[in-house]
Write a protein that binds this ligand. Sequence first.
Ligand SMILES: *Cc1c(COP(=O)(O)O)cnc(C)c1O
Length: 399
Amino acid sequence: MESTFPVDAIINSTKELFKGSSSAPFSLHEPWFEDTQAWANVKDCLDTGWVSSGGKWVNDFEKKICEYTGAKFAIAVTNGTVALRLALHLVGVRDNDEVIIPPLSFVATANAIKHLGAHPHFVDIESNSLGMCPELLSHWLDNVAEKTSKGVFNKSTQRRISAVLPVHVFGHPARIERLNAICSEWGLPVVEDAAEALGSFVGKTHCGRFGKVGIFSFNGNKIITAGGGGALITDDPDLALRAKHLSTTAKIPHPWNFFHDEIAWNDRMPNLNAALVVAQLADINKRISLKQSLHAIYTKAFAHINEIRVLQPSSRVHWNHWLITMYIDLDDDVEVIQVRDQLLKSLHDQKFMSRPVWQPLHTLPMFTDCPKSCLEICSHYALRLINLPSSPQLVQQIS
Ligand SMILES: *Cc1c(COP(=O)(O)O)cnc(C)c1O
């Protein structure tokens, strides 16, 4: 059966938006250093020789992340995956434990759990925030988990459930207050994967500050990039000290002695990378407001097409607009796959690098045997979401 889905109308609307621009291809999210001190900061690293771990930009980076997010402590590390692994270790995740995560995330969320020898345990998302569903989490724990003096255990695998790791998908805050409340009833620590959510708030509280620890990524595609980088934030002074210690090979600070008091990691962010982040953090609000305009432009451009809609933020949050997402409103799974692939091909043909959402984690070969709730909401959305090019500088290309 031929689909009547209006691929051509969508392509025409996109073409119309960018008709005056010569800067194709339009990537999903590109680094942007225009009007920043990035060049001067990097030059300072080269001129002074402070290019590696340690240096004034790392200290400045940690201070500015605290100022911007309101967290008491920030620890700079080499990337978001490392930040997740370190955060999970610090809240007590150990070999053969289970960590509850949503199935709709970047693969790093599940990988970091496996890096510690633990196992992802999937609980479905909700349609509004695309984050882990609090009501389902509560219901699911009531059914599968048991609280004992030694912790929370999965009754069917007999493994300990040692943390819950919600994700703020595309920068949209999950319903984190509710998730937090449920986890605290169970005595489960919350680590927030806020890799995509720098600049996103619930009320006045920055994402990553609700749980015991939150993490950010400064990968090349994130709202601000270090080239590669990550950070942990927390209000817990002991946890912050431990994070710094374990990320610097557990070396006891001393002017010349090499004494390390446990096996640890080399996770520290180099000064060069921190210099780049400091430069971009200075204008993060400008970036977010440009992305907000881009979101409004897409929303308007596609408004006349009933079969798709551009996802809107919930009114209770301040969204950083990291990735702008289109939802294909079709019931039939077979038809939607056909239409989506056709649409992606046509968009790519005109150098418009839109992407489907990640393949759900529980369907990847490494995670198919992991424990899971019914994951039908994730399965539904995974087929119907397309991310649109969302770089702030793209606004300047629109005619
Ligand atoms: C980018 C990302 C990560 C990993 O960060 P890296 O810096 O690439 O290691 C983790 N989780 C989510 C949700 C991400 O988007």
